[in-house]
Design a protein around this ligand. Structure first.
Ligand code: NAP
Length: 441
């Protein structure tokens, strides 16, 4: 028997568990540990609430979760309730699948003003993450600035500009929907420090901005490179840039029928955030590209009014004491997923916050090949001498940790579905104590 602990119950964690089941067969016991009582990480808290088809992948993880040799251990905080060293003493392999839930910081003068958020907090707010449910972002102003040209910037712009009716079928939390309904937003500026050929936006997500009921995208034709240059782009990027070209020729008469304008401001890098007590404007420097397509400031600056700023410039994996870490890339230092003997990482914690949810599948399978090389080679029947889940339970009991099982989560899940209002698949609980209270005995 081999014992594997996976820390983090998001896509990378579940794909790793699935791969370990296949590689080790009945000779493995896998515990998936999560700080929260709810499984699936990014699926629940990162994927946009109006992207339900992407969330459907959770059914695949559920199949893994319900198998005999896999267990969900929710509401257990590694670092507080149990240390990595203790887990290593109990399990043959400990896998960090902790994702990248912290923001890369927008380190500018004024970025600590009220009304300035990183996307982890803002996305967490509308997705009902318990850490951010009370964020209460100011939506009273007409102007919002979003920093970054990736898919998260698009998610945030779309959520801020949808009508209430457009959230039917979504699992956006009630507090966010109510706040968005009252919002005064009229102009959302998306700042890109480079140009249309350097965006990190995929066509499906960018295309959604062109089909909004009450909002219309605007691109300045002068920012677009010559059309012939699009030929050198890979097909996905070419599609995205084609969409930007379409947005550049939307007639003013059509745009005038929409309440919200989503303005792409390319070659624009924020240099300061200003305001008295709360954000009032973003000072932006015009940029140009150097020979290596890096952005270079031109010295020309201008101000964009903003009552809310959301910086969507990427994420970081939080470091864990004693675990080697690469500061620059915001992930654990690793060699193909190996960190130290018996300690591994996978998904965004291994490679940084890139790729789609599906990218985590090969990532998990490849990591399990390494783990199998390290601990699966021979004599699994004899056991490894590690205590595994029995040891974890004993330790957590002495510490009074209230572990949440997958069956407990299913009760929370049922209750969320039962209290959904019409059109919505669920109404999430946002308070950990409320969720724990639902378990019964
Ligand atoms: P991202 O794709 O890495 O984009 C980050 C953006 O921020 C880039 O445009 C980058 O510009 C810009 N940026 C970085 N530092 C900056 C700074 N100091 N000032 C101004 N701009 C700065 O990150 P993301 O949008 O957070 O997405 C993370 C991952 O999740 C991506 O793989 C994304 O595709 C994925 N995702 C997918 C979906 C979906 O499929 N529906 C939805 C959301 C997220 P430079 O290029 O100039 O560095």
């Amino acid at each position: 028997m081999r014992h594997i602990a996976i820390i983090g119950s998001g896509p990378a964690g579940y794909y790793t568990a699935e791969a370990a089941q296949k590689a080790f067969g009945q000779d493995v016991r896998i515990d998936i540990i999560d700080r929260l009582p709810t499984p699936f990480g990014l699926i629940r808290f990162g994927v946009a609430p109006d992207h339900q088809s992407i969330k459907a992948v959770a059914r695949r993880y559920e199949k893994v979760a319900l198998s005999d040799n896999v267990r969900f251990c929710g509401h257990v905080s590694v670092g507080q309730d149990i240390s990595i060293a203790e887990l290593q003493a109990l399990y043959d392999a400990v896998v960090l699948a902790t994702g990248a839930p912290h923001d890369r910081l927008l380190d500018l003068p004024g970025s600590d003003l009220a009304g300035v958020y990183g996307s982890a907090a803002f996305v967490g707010w509308y997705n009902g993450h318990p850490d951010f449910a009370d964020l209460d972002p100011p939506l009273d102003g007409r102007d919002v600035v979003i920093v970054g040209n990736g898919n998260v910037a698009l998610d945030v712009a779309r959520i801020l500009s949808k009508t209430v009716a457009e959230f039917d079928d979504s699992d956006i939390v009630g507090h966010a929907l109510a706040a968005l309904e009252q919002a005064n937003t009229r102009r959302i500026t998306i700042l890109g420090r480079r140009g249309p050929h350097q965006i990190a936006m995929t066509p499906k997500e960018l295309g959604e901005l062109g089909r909004l009921e009450a909002a219309s995208p605007r691109v300045d034709p002068a920012d677009l490179p010559k059309e012939a240059a699009d030929a050198q782009l890979e097909p996905g990027m070419r599609k995205s840039v084609t969409l930007l070209r379409e947005y550049a020729v939307i007639p003013e008469a059509h745009r005038a029928t929409k309440k919200v304008s989503i303005d792409f401001d390319f070659f624009a890098s924020p240099v300061e955030i200003t305001g008295e007590g709360r954000v009032e404007a973003v000072r932006v420097e015009r940029t140009r590209l150097d020979a290596d397509n890096r952005s270079v400031g031109t010295g020309e600056t201008y101000d964009i009014p903003a009552a809310l700023v959301v910086s969507c410039i990427g994420y970081r994996t939080p470091p864990i004491e004693g675990v080697p870490y690469e500061q620059g890339r915001g992930r654990f230092a690793n060699e193909q997923g190996r960190i130290l003997p018996g300690l591994y990482c996978v998904g965004w914690a291994r490679r940084g916050p890139t790729g789609t949810i599906g990218t985590n599948r090969p990532d998990g399978y490849e990591l399990v090949e390494r783990i199998f090389e390290d601990i699966g080679a021979e004599d699994m029947g004899a056991g490894s001498g590690k205590a595994g889940r029995a040891g974890l339970d004993a330790l957590l009991e002495t510490r009074g940790v209230d572990l949440v099982t997958f069956a407990d989560w299913q009760k929370i899940d049922e209750a969320e579905i039962a209290r959904a209002t019409s059109g919505h698949p669920r109404e999430k609980f946002v308070n950990v104590e409320d969720m724990i209270g639902l378990r019964g005995d």
